[in-house]
Design a protein around this ligand. Structure first.
Ligand SMILES: [Zn+2]
Ligand SMILES: [Zn+2]
Length: 99
């Protein structure tokens, strides 16, 4: 997990979310239930192992992503990331969701 320089929290852990969730964080709005996509790096289990992307219902229906928490292999990561994911402050994200 990388670091994010948050205007509220300072240096904080980073989360990666869809642009809709990022908008909600930006305007400090409550975030609707989110889906977690877990990407598993089977080739490099000791190099971080997994990465996570979080997205909303809109993304799920617009991009055909699974509506429930889901595991992908790491080779799908950049393809999904390119749909419009953005790093955010993990603490802000956690505050505005029920994680
Ligand atoms: Zn979204
Ligand atoms: Zn923050």
């Amino acid at each position: 997990m990388g670091r994010f320089d948050c205007p509220v929290h300072g240096a904080a852990p980073m989360g990666i979310v869809c642009d809709h969730i990022q908008e909600s964080i930006h305007s400090r709005e409550k975030i609707d239930p989110v889906t977690r996509a877990t990407f598993i790096d089977h080739d490099h289990p000791d190099y971080g192992g997994t990465r996570h992307l979080f997205y909303c219902k809109t993304c799920s229906s617009d991009y055909g992503l699974p509506p429930q928490n889901h595991e992908f292999t790491m080779d799908r990561y950049s393809e999904v990331y390119k749909l419009g994911f953005i790093p955010v402050c993990w603490k802000c994200f956690a505050q505005l969701t029920n994680l």
